[in-house]
Design a protein around this ligand. Structure first.
Ligand code: AMP
Length: 319
C-alpha cells in the first residue's frame, strides 16, 4: 500500500483552503493509502512563538482533522515533536546536507529578510522536514507550491544518503491530488487564502459561524464585467467563487444571472459544508483528542525506529 504523509502547521485559523486543498484529499486517500497526518509543532518553534498558543493550536488542528473526517483507525494523527525519531534523524540528515543547500531555500530567505533575530532552526527546518518524511518511509507527499522546494531537498538528501551509505530511505514523490482545490483570498483573489494574510476578511475559517461566512462571501471582491464567467485572468474573484462551488459540491455550477445570486449559492454550500464540521468540533472531547495523538505515536514509532536504526548503522554509528 502507498504510504503518504501530509503536514499541517499548528497555527490557528485553519481555513476553507486547508480543507479543500489538503484535509479533504487526505480523507479521500484513506481508502487507498496508508496515511499519516502530521502536525508540525516543531516547525512552529522556528519563528517567534507563544508556547501556550503552539500547544493549543496543535490540539485545535488535531481536533479539526478529526471533525473533518480524518479517521484515526486508518490515518495516524501525530505531532512531530512526540515522535523523537524525527529529531534524531534530523541530526543525521544535517550531516548529509550542505550549508548552502539550506541557505538557498526561498522560505528561509524570505522569512529571515526582515532584519530581526533569526533562529538557527529556521535555517535547518527543511532538513527536519526531510526527516519528518523519510523517517516514515513515505512514498507520496501531497505538497503545495510553497513546499515543493523543501520536498525537492528531502529527495536530494535521500538520494545522496542512499548513494553514500547504502540503500536506507524511500525517495518520496511530491503529488498534487486530483481533488485538491486551490482557494484564493476573497478580498484579494490573486493571492492564496492563507492563515497569515494581513486581514482575515478574505479568509473563511473552518470554525466561523454561518453569519460570518455569509458576510465574508457577500463582500468577496469581484469585478465590473457583470457576467458570471470562469476566467482566471480577467475575473479572478468570480472564478474563485465558481471554483469554491465546484470544490464544495463536486458538480459543474449552473448559470447565474448576477454576482449576488452566485454569492448566495456559494454561501449556502459553504455553510452546509462547514456546519457539521463545526458541530463535531464542539462535541469532541479534548481527552479523546490527546488519546488519538498518543495512539498515532504508538502506531508509527516501530517503523520510525527501524528507519533510524538503519540510518545509524549505515552512517557509521554503533547501534
Ligand atoms: P499550512 O498548514 O498552511 O502549511 O497548509 C496545510 C495544507 O493546506 C498544505 O497542504 C497547503 O498546501 C494547503 N493549503 C493552504 N492554503 C491553501 C489554499 N488557499 N488552497 C488550497 N490549499 C491550501
Amino acid at each position: 500500500m502507498i504510504k503518504q504523509i501530509s503536514g499541517f502547521q499548528p497555527t490557528g485559523n485553519l481555513h476553507l483552503g486547508n480543507l479543500l486543498g489538503a484535509i479533504r484529499p487526505l480523507v479521500e486517500a484513506q481508502a487507498t493509502a496508508d496515511s499519516i497526518a502530521m502536525i508540525v509543532d516543531l516547525h512552529a518553534l522556528t519563528m517567534e512563538h507563544d508556547p501556550a498558543a503552539v500547544r493549543a493550536n496543535t490540539l485545535e488542528v488535531a481536533t479539526l482533522l478529526l471533525a473533518a473526517g480524518v479517521d484515526p483507525r486508518r490515518t495516524a494523527i501525530i505531532a512531530n515533536s512526540q515522535v523523537p525519531e524525527h529529531t534524531e534523524l534530523h541530526y543525521l540528515l544535517e550531516c548529509t546536507t550542505g550549508f548552502g543547500e539550506a541557505a538557498r531555500m526561498i522560505q528561509f530567505k524570505e522569512k529571515s529578510a526582515g532584519g530581526g533575530p533569526v533562529r538557527l532552526s529556521l535555517l535547518t527546518y527543511p532538513v527536519l522536514m526531510a526527516a519528518d518524511i523519510l523517517v516514515h518511509g513515505a512514498d507520496h507527499v501531497p505538497v503545495g507550491e510553497d513546499q515543493s522546494q523543501h520536498l525537492e531537498l528531502a529527495r536530494t538528501i535521500a538520494i545522496r544518503f542512499n548513494a553514500r551509505y547504502g540503500e536506507t530511505f524511500t525517495v518520496p514523490e511530491g503529488i498534487r491530488p486530483e481533488s485538491a482545490a486551490r482557494i484564493m483570498d476573497l478580498s484579494d483573489p490573486t493571492r492564496k487564502m492563507s492563515k497569515s494574510a494581513p486581514s482575515a476578511a478574505g479568509r473563511i475559517g473552518l470554525l466561523d459561524p454561518p453569519e460570518t461566512i455569509r458576510r465574508a462571501i457577500s463582500r468577496a471582491v469581484t469585478d465590473t464585467a457583470g457576467v458570471v464567467r470562469h476566467d482566471p485572468e480577467h475575473q479572478p474573484g468570480v472564478t474563485n467563487l465558481l471554483e469554491i462551488l465546484v470544490a464544495c459540491t463536486g458538480e459543474k455550477p449552473g448559470g447565474f444571472s448576477s454576482y449576488g445570486a452566485l454569492k448566495r449559492e456559494v454561501a449556502d454550500v459553504v455553510v452546509a459544508l462547514l456546519e457539521p464540521i463545526r458541530a463535531r468540533y464542539r462535541e469532541l472531547d479534548p481527552g479523546y483528542v490527546r488519546e488519538t495523538l498518543a495512539e498515532g505515536r504508538t502506531r508509527v514509532r516501530p517503523a520510525a525506529l527501524a528507519t533510524v536504526r538503519r540510518a545509524r548503522a549505515a552512517i557509521g554509528l554503533c547501534l
